[in-house]
Design a protein around this ligand. Structure first.
Ligand code: ZN
Length: 204
């Protein structure tokens, strides 16, 4: 799958885990909160480059890959649109995001900057494993479990499909569990699903 991966849109879900919504002082949403990153922000390398004079936080997320074009109408149909599951980091300039939130402005520059959509391109094509993790310098920093997601993958797809058609090659970052925090130069990162091959990255 890796060689033929052509990414179209990158959608992200905000506040999909209750504990994470609360750690940033946000309420739990009633409908999925969707935002986007530019496709050019995709980072499939083994390095994360922190922009100069910025503090960038990690958000570990399950990323789903869309396998066909269209707009599903039911949960059952939505399942057939998912062609793979992987993990990624929704890198965030938190300070800027907080400033933008206060002003009621879009989060775009805080979420969509060079290299901010970190992805492990080794997608799992059968059932999504339940537990996913992020370690930094061998210490566990984030652990997520599917059962703690407020909105299921299918609900997210149905919600996005109300406004736009899904496209083969779309990526959806499905929300982060609690434990977000800053990355520091030299950090050694490992992320993935429990009991599956993981991806290692270095912060430069
Ligand atoms: Zn996120």
């Amino acid at each position: 799958m890796k060689e033929n991966l052509k990414i179209e849109n990158i959608y992200c879900v905000g506040r999909n885990f209750e504990k994470h919504a609360k750690e940033l002082g946000n309420k739990v949403p009633q409908t999925p909160l969707i935002f986007q990153k530019s496709t050019s922000t995709l980072n499939t390398k083994n390095k994360i480059e922190i922009p100069k004079n910025k503090t960038i936080e990690h958000e570990l997320e399950i990323v789903i890959l869309i396998g066909k074009d269209g707009s599903p109408k039911t949960h059952k149909e939505a399942t057939t649109f998912i062609s793979g599951f992987s993990t990624g980091l929704d890198l965030t300039d938190r300070k800027l995001q907080e400033e933008l939130k206060k002003k009621g402005l879009p989060w775009f520059p805080a979420k969509s900057f060079k290299g901010s959509a970190v992805l492990d391109t080794n997608f799992i094509t059968f059932e999504c494993p339940k537990e996913f993790f992020l370690t930094i310098n061998q210490k566990t920093r984030q652990v997520g479990n599917l059962k703690d997601m407020i909105f299921s993958f299918e609900s997210i797809l149905l919600h996005i499909s109300k406004t736009v058609n899904l496209k083969k090659g779309d990526l959806i970052f499905t929300g982060t569990p609690d434990g977000v925090g800053p990355l520091v130069k030299g950090d050694q990162i490992e992320m993935g699903f429990k009991d599956h091959p993981s991806k290692k990255l270095i912060v430069i």
